[in-house]
Design a protein around this ligand. Sequence first.
Ligand code: CMP
Length: 140
Amino acid sequence: MAIERTFSIIKPDATARNVTGAINAMIEKSGLRIVAQKRIRMTREQAEIFYAVHRERPFFRELVEFMISGPVVVQVLEGDNAIAVYRDLMGATDPAKAADGTIRKVLAKSIGENSVHGSDAADTANKEIAQFFAGNEIIG
Ligand code: CMP
């Protein structure tokens, strides 16, 4: 297995409920290492760029409004097979369909307010990490 990095966002519904530590505990229990982390207020422009792939979807406007509605925690996670491991740990996009023990099953509220984001592939992980972190902010 290869050591990989993936990009994570703890979303506004989770920061509002003060569960960033609970999510980080689940991440660390899975074996992933948090090698960069900062709490930010995403700008509209950052959110529109980040979710540009969803621009034509009916939920795009709602998604952008939600992501700028409160603080988020952006993170870089590192570990064996990190992209797939984190996607498994997050669970299905819709918390109602997420497996027991996953972050979204335990903590998320709805398909929109689903507590966390994780990259879906290596190329998107690199792109997403580069949008929010300089190389010298990631300490492995
Ligand atoms: P995320 O992994 O951040 O990537 C795209 C996001 O779009 C997804 O999580 C959901 O939060 C959001 N999303 C997907 N489908 C819907 C939907 N039907 N309504 C609102 N938001 C959605």
